[in-house]
Design a protein around this ligand. Structure first.
Ligand code: FES
Ligand code: FES
Length: 174
């Protein structure tokens, strides 16, 4: 009885979500995606498989794409979580969102927040990916609608666009 009570006792955690510090009480076993959606009403990360296979729930935790159904909320205590809601606040996220629209890289949009999170992680760590790099980076994200090629094209075009802009800013011919 004692152990059941302590297993379900809530803990207070603090997470920076899309730049705002949020305090919340969670059970130790609550998943990050549940805490975001149910406790904080942050609905950008979607729930698909809840077993790490579809990527619909991916968010950026301390700079890296993470499947929020594979992380406990308590593991995010003290960390920064960026969801699709604030991706356009930085240049990389904004360019990616625009390229997804230009290339028709979304239809129903269910996979899109997770796809964008994976793409932001990729381009933040590899400014000049080739097609294989993009496909590898997105291999944990499933899409039922697009056939993937439009998404890959959007990410490659975003990389080109960002590199061109950087070259101009630094006075370098591309
Ligand atoms: S809901 Fe998290 S990977 Fe599918
Ligand atoms: S756009 Fe529908 S699942 Fe990807």
């Amino acid at each position: 009885m004692q152990s059941e009570q302590s297993a379900s006792a809530e803990m207070q955690i603090s997470i920076s979500v899309d730049g705002a510090l949020r305090k919340l009480d969670v059970e130790p076993r609550m998943l990050l995606v549940q805490a975001l959606r149910e406790k904080l009403k942050v609905t950008g990360p979607h729930i698909g498989c809840e077993s790490g296979r579809c990527g619909a729930c991916a968010v950026i935790v301390d700079g890296h794409a993470v499947k929020a159904c594979m992380m406990l909320a308590v593991q995010a205590d003290g960390k920064s979580v960026i969801t699709a809601a604030s991706l356009s606040d930085n240049k990389l996220g904004k360019v990616l969102q625009n390229k997804f629209h230009e290339h028709h890289a979304l239809q129903c949009g269910y996979c899109t927040p997770g796809m964008l999170s994976a793409a932001v992680d990729l381009l933040a760590n590899n400014a000049r990916p080739n097609e294989e790099d993009v496909r590898q980076a997105l291999r944990g994200n499933l899409c039922r609608c697009t056939g993937y090629q439009h998404i890959v094209d959007a990410v490659l075009d975003a990389a080109t666009s960002l590199n061109t802009a950087d070259s101009r800013e630094h006075g370098v011919e591309s």
